[in-house]
Design a protein around this ligand. Structure first.
Ligand code: BGC
Length: 432
């Protein structure tokens, strides 16, 4: 069997975010969940009837997750995976799987529960977590903001507030000072354009306000926040490597028509380039988050998906090749900071991981300096407005008992990480 070797020192990781795994949060999302759980539960059935889901029949949906999705409790993050108290077990799993990197986020609302007042106990807790990782030879990739806000900041208007950049700089400065030696890789912001568009265009994330002006304004605030944080961290720790985690989408015109070309050009610019162009000089690397392609044919999402994941997305692991190649124009090192699949059966995931990694390897061969890969997610976790039912984890979590069970796909991924190479099964070498 042909074997693909990955570059020496390649980082093999898994990713999570604080709100999705830690449990016990007190932030804008935890408050919003309480007010919206009933509504989300009652809307879930109708949502699964939309076009996106046409590739999965009702019997399958019922068998996999419909009961969970229509239960209001599913939409309360509550104790989530209780990683705040169980990080030792989770990090031992990383080690057991031979992973050498872990991406997670610091919960701003824990670190700065009141404006300008930092909680040294929470900071110490994160120190302990990082130390625990380091003792196991696992490199921490630390995200400063993965969507949740302290309540005091949400009250000021959150990412759309004129104060956001200054507040974020103060928080980033505190973190850089407190962790100057322990953190080498910083991700300032996770998918800022997803957060802004879901809050202000689609109005499905808090504060659910439809306003194009606020969307544009919040993206401006985010850009300024990143630049200020970048400068602040570099002042304190010049050798830190700093980037954002950017959600990229492969827009593809199904037919070569004028309208399709225009739609593709505009979406590529607005979604895939606008932010990266603006941050060109303040990123040491690009964090690539990639999940799906969007086929355009007189409109969006015209994918002829033969197979869809539990999330309703097309199953198309090779999308990552196209998205990685598209970053060539920036000439920066790339870390795949999220790539994963929601699949309760683990059958798709077991196929997804090697196919994705073959595509990553091919992008490396074709000139993209990809230095690491983080599977999303280490654990089944709280999937925002969808709640707990979509299962992205390498590790299954029983949310009633908090018991972790390592899935077969995780063991497969672990073997790849351990050998830093991948044997290509005969029929999986192609990239269509
Ligand atoms: C987000 C994650 C989320 C994942 C799957 C990404 O856009 O960064 O927080 O869990 O998508 O939906």
């Amino acid at each position: 069997m042909p074997k693909l070797e990955f570059p020496e020192g390649f980082l093999w990781g898994a990713a999570t975010s604080s709100h999705q795994v830690e449990g016990g949060q007190h932030n804008d999302w935890s408050e919003w969940e309480k007010q919206n759980a009933e509504r989300l539960a009652s809307e879930s059935v109708a949502e699964m009837e939309t076009d996106m889901w046409r590739g999965m029949n009702k019997r399958e949906k019922d068998a996999r997750f419909a009961a969970e999705a229509s239960n209001p409790k599913n939409y309360l993050s509550g104790m989530a995976c209780d990683q705040w108290n169980r990080y030792d077990e989770d990090f031992d799993i990383l080690k057991h799987l031979h992973l050498n990197a872990y991406r997670f986020s610091l919960e701003w609302s824990r670190v700065e529960p009141e404006e300008g007042i930092f909680d040294e106990v929470a900071i110490r807790h994160y120190h302990e977590m990082i130390q625990f990782l380091r003792n196991r030879g696992i490199e921490p990739f630390v995200t400063l903001w993965h969507w949740t806000l302290p309540l005091w900041l949400a009250e000021k208007g959150g990412i759309a507030s004129l104060d956001f950049p200054e507040c974020f700089e103060r928080y980033a400065t505190k973190i850089a000072e407190s962790f100057s030696k322990e953190i080498r890789f910083f991700i300032t912001l996770n998918e800022p354009e997803v957060a802004a568009s879901h809050a202000y265009l689609l109005a499905v994330f808090p504060p659910q306000e439809k306003s194009l002006m606020k969307f544009i304004h919040s993206v401006r605030m985010i850009i300024s926040a990143h630049r200020r944080a970048y400068a602040a961290i570099k002042r304190i720790r010049p050798e830190a490597q700093i980037g954002i985690a950017k959600h990229q989408v492969a827009f593809e015109a199904k037919r070569n028509t004028l309208i399709n070309s225009i739609l593709k050009a505009v979406s590529d610019y607005v979604w895939n380039r606008w932010l990266l162009n603006r941050l060109r000089n303040t990123q040491d690397f690009i964090g690539l988050n990639v999940y799906n392609r969007n086929v355009i044919d007189n409109g969006f999402m015209k994918n002829d998906a033969e197979r869809i994941t539990d999330f309703g997305w097309e199953f198309y692991p090779e999308v990552i090749y196209h998205e990685a190649m598209d970053l060539k124009r920036y000439g920066k090192p790339v870390y795949v900071t999220e790539s994963g699949v929601a699949d309760i059966t683990d059958i798709m995931r077991t196929e997804f991981i090697p196919r994705t990694l073959i595509a990553v390897h091919r992008a490396i061969e074709d000139g993209i300096d990809i230095r690491g890969y983080f599977y999303w997610s280490l654990l089944d976790n709280f999937e925002w407005d969808k709640g707990f039912w979509p299962r992205f984890g390498l590790v299954h979590v029983d949310f009633a008992t908090q018991q972790r069970t390592i899935r077969d796909s995780a063991r497969l991924y672990g073997r790849i990480a351990e050998s830093n190479s991948l044997e290509i099964p005969e029929n999986r070498g192609s990239l269509d």
